[in-house]
Ligand binder design. Structure first.
Ligand code: G3P
Length: 215
């Protein structure tokens, strides 16, 4: 199975609104020559436009446990699916969700065929979240997110241990910057990586992604 690489657009100015569409196009092209399953996670407001513009898997950054009806302000999973997304991140460190809502949201997502990449801040939390049967579990140590040192460099033992416990659903992220970080994560047993600032904020995101994928 191909390694998974997901670039989270967060709400950086470089990856928001019309820039989100431009970045998505550039990254799709950059990833096209590589043997990876490449996808992106974009803001709810940009989902529809981005999904129209690219053929790679697009994820929402968050969904709520809401149907289509009396749910003012919610990011409804069915609307996310209708916009063209294949799935969503959930419980990201920057958008934490209480346990009851995680369970409810995953049940709704499964019913309509939306993948869930459930985020955890550490292995303890990841173990607890396993019982919700998400498609993927992404472990990202919060203190390394957006920082200079990657999870692959700072916490290799976490990746190895998590791979033993989580198995092929394991995604890791935080501070990932280059092909060495990527290859180390895979060698230690991760199925893929989740990253953001290194690509979103690069002077040349297309080139940066190509370098990262050349492992
Ligand atoms: O969702 C990915 C993210 O939290 C990692 O961010 O900037 O450390 O790659 P970054």
């Amino acid at each position: 199975m191909k390694p998974i690489v997901i670039v989270n657009f967060k709400t950086y100015p470089e990856s928001t609104g019309s820039k989100a569409v431009g970045l998505a196009n550039a990254l799709e092209e950059a990833a096209s020559g590589f043997d990876v399953e490449f996808g992106i996670a974009v803001q709810a407001l940009d989902l529809r436009e981005v999904c129209k513009a690219v053929n790679i898997p697009v994820y929402a950054q968050h969904i709520d446990p809401a149907g289509l009806g009396k749910f003012t302000g919610a990011v409804a999973p069915a609307a996310v699916k209708a916009a063209g997304a294949v799935g969503s991140l959930l419980n990201h460190s920057e958008c934490r969700v209480e346990r009851g809502k995680i369970k409810e949201t995953i049940a709704i997502a499964k019913k309509i065929g939306l993948r869930v990449m459930l985020c955890a801040k550490d292995l303890e939390e990841a173990k607890e979240l396993l019982s919700y049967s998400p498609d993927y579990i992404a472990i990202e140590p919060p203190e390394l997110i957006g920082g200079k040192v990657s999870v692959s460099t700072a916490r290799p033992e976490l990746i190895a241990e998590a791979a033993r416990v989580i198995g092929k659903r394991l995604i890791v992220g935080a501070g990932i910057k280059n092909s060495k970080d990527f290859s180390t994560a895979l060698r230690l047993g991760a199925k893929g990586i989740l990253l953001a600032s290194d690509i979103d904020k690069a002077a040349d995101p297309k080139q940066e992604l190509k370098e990262l994928l050349s492992y």
